[in-house]
Design a protein around this ligand. Sequence first.
Ligand code: FES
Length: 202
Amino acid sequence: MANEEVSSSRRNLLIATGVVGAMGVVGASVPFISSFQPSARAKTAGAPVDVDISKIDNEPGMRMIVQWRGKPVWIFKRTKEQLAALPSLDNRLRDPKSDNPDQTPAFAKNEARTIVGKENIAVIVGVCTHLGCSPSFVPEMLPQVYDSEWKGGFYCPCHQSRFDLAGRVFQGVPAPSNLEIPPYHFVDENKIIVGVPPKGAA
Ligand code: FES
């Protein structure tokens, strides 16, 4: 059964990758990969999700989306420049230190909101903390109509909430809290498991 799920997952990933290619032709500016593993039955049970992140390793701006417990989880790579900009945003954010434990497990209570030592790879639940819309990924560090000092992040089109590239919410927007960080850990450089925290973490 385990082998069947692995095969099925690979097939689905290939299908999803083909869809990405088609979207690229019509001008999507931010590539992404959808992965629909494990099986629908396992997802319903809230099973952990194995993710091969090798495809995003050398392509900043590419985002994977996996389903975990019925929620989309974004996985993407941040550049050194994007990481260096995070502290400069602190005084514009509602909870810059991620003090609210409801959205941030203890292992990710740091500026990048990641496992320490793996700051370049972000793993964030893609559900707006206002009313549950899916924010848009705007990774470019360029002025936007809603923020002339934009350093990359997420913009929710429903009611204009904004989050930085660590999923931290800006002040003055409807969303009350940072985006959720799910439990996850690295198995090796190219594989993470969403749904299980690092060893020793709460
Ligand atoms: S649902 Fe995102 S701002 Fe309202």
